[in-house]
Design a binder for this molecule. Structure first.
Ligand code: GDP
Ligand code: IMO
Ligand code: MG
Length: 424
């Protein structure tokens, strides 16, 4: 049985949650490997909308095991609230397991995320302020607390006292803010540890065993390729590795165990937070797409910046992820626009034409997009149930994206529901 990785090819919010939910119906295990509750994955199921942050998007199928790998950073308060919220809606979370190696997002991570962003002012990254960056910083510095620590009350209290003192010194002396009450944190978080202890399991071993037993395993990416710490638009990125390679270290499996890599994209581009965005649209067309596509953050509610489809980005994503196929969502949002534009190359500030995504922020900032124009479509496509039913101009648009990326498009989204996904 093939193992599949699902990754975002743009700056996140490509509709990965919908694609995972659809593929999970044919899977035994769904695994998250990176990121934390900075993610917001939307699943529409029988008219109900579920907004998932840490919980793998396979959770709506009771027979699917949901695993959180060692590369994820877990905010225990947020995860428990998510579990409680799902259970209150009749969704069982019994099949959730979390790797004890996963790092814990502590209150000082959230506080420091906010303080750092405020201090940066105009140079801020525009983070979700969920403590993701500071938690990964501590992991790399080797002072982080892991789930295994959280679930060991004596060890946890000792570590909080040592690390918490250092964090309070930074909060007070660097940022001039109020220190955190470490005793209160120990008390509160020890309770979270008690509740999460039954969920701990070595996810690397669990995934290995599932693969040996011939089970179908799906790896759920969070964020997107251009938010990758190495391969994205640094420094305007997240602190983990959303590219397909991140699955190997974030779960604990070797690359030879991955069979397929499915990239998820929108039929246009969006981005939340700061940073360069060559095909960004301002004015009427941008507003049209934002309103028609409801482009507001799943968790934070922030308006998303919108722009034309960027094939330079897509080719970068095909290469760095080794994509074997693509899913293109939200084609329906473009209905009504007379002309659709696709960026196929950039002109650098010195006039040079480039077709590979530039590695540095400074180079990218000076780039202007070169567009190919295509005719739009006026027909409502949300009721189409096969690729053949799509209007000719839609088919041409999809064929062009395939041509410029060299990657087959196997799914096209014409709406948020499970049934609004056309498979080829
Ligand atoms: P994710 O973070 O990649 O899982 O994406 P989000 O859930 O943050 O954002 C995608 C949004 O687009 C959600 O509101 C989805 O319900 C919605 N969506 C997904 N696919 C389609 C589609 O093909 N058409 C429309 N209109 N909406 C879609
Ligand atoms: P999903 O999984 C879109 C962005 C933030 C910010 C940058 C760094 O729903 O696609 P962070 O809090 O991670 O330190 O913020 O990354 N970002 C996302 N944008 N979708 C996401 O996740 C994101 N997760 C982080 O807006 O620009
Ligand atoms: Mg999202």
């Amino acid at each position: 049985m093939p193992t599949k990785v699902v990754v975002g090819v743009q700056w996140g919010d490509e509709g990965k949650g919908k694609i995972i939910d659809i593929l999970a119906s044919r899977s035994d295990v769904v695994v998250r490997s990176q990121g934390g509750n900075n993610a917001g994955h939307t699943v529409n199921c029988n008219g109900e909308v579920y907004k998932l942050a840490l919980m793998p998007s396979g959770v709506l199928y009771p027979q699917v095991r949901c695993l959180i790998g060692s590369g994820v950073v877990v905010d225990p308060k947020a995860l428990l609230a998510e579990i409680d919220g799902l259970q209150a809606r009749g969704v069982t979370c019994e099949h959730l397991r979390i790797d004890p190696r996963a790092h814990v997002v502590m209150p000082w991570h959230r506080v420091l995320d906010g303080l750092s962003e405020d201090k940066l002012g105009d140079s801020k990254i525009g983070t979700t302020r969920r403590g993701i960056g500071p938690c990964y910083m501590d992991k790399a510095e080797r002072t982080g607390l892991r789930l295994s620590d959280l679930c060991n009350p004596k060890l946890f209290a000792e570590k909080v006292k040592v690390v918490g003192q250092l964090k309070n010194a930074v909060i007070e002396k660097v940022y001039g803010s109020q220190p955190l009450d470490l005793e209160a944190i120990i008390e509160e978080y020890t309770q979270y540890g008690r509740r999460l202890a039954p969920y701990l399991e070595d996810v690397s071993v669990a995934v290995w065993n599932a693969i040996q037993e011939g089970k179908e395993v799906l790896f759920e990416g969070a964020q997107g390729t251009l938010l990758d710490l190495d391969l994205g638009t640094y420094p305007y990125v997240t602190s983990s590795h959303p590219v397909s390679g991140g699955v190997c270290t974030g779960v604990g499996i070797g690359p030879t165990l991955i069979d397929e890599v499915i990239g998820v994209s929108k039929a246009y581009t969006t981005r939340v937070g700061e940073g360069p965005f060559p095909t960004e649209l301002f004015g009427e067309v941008g507003d049209f797409i934002r309103e028609k596509g409801h482009e507001y953050g799943t968790n934070t509610g922030r308006p998303r910046r919108v722009g034309w489809f960027d094939a330079v980005i897509l080719r970068h994503a095909v290469r760095v992820n080794g994509l074997t196929s693509l899913a293109v969502n939200k084609l329906d949002t473009l209905q009504g626009l007379p002309v659709l534009k696709v960026c196929t190359a950039y002109r650098k500030a010195d006039g040079t034409r480039i077709t590979d995504f530039p590695p540095s922020y400074e180079e990218l900032e000076g780039c202007t997009p070169e567009y190919v124009e295509m005719p739009g479509f006026q027909e409502d496509i949300s009721n189409c149930r096969s690729f053949e039913e799509l209007p000719e101009n839609c088919k041409k648009y999809i064929a062009f994206l395939e041509e410029v990326s060299g990657c087959p498009i196997r799914m096209v989204g014409v709406g948020p529901a499970r049934s609004q996904n056309l498979e080829r």
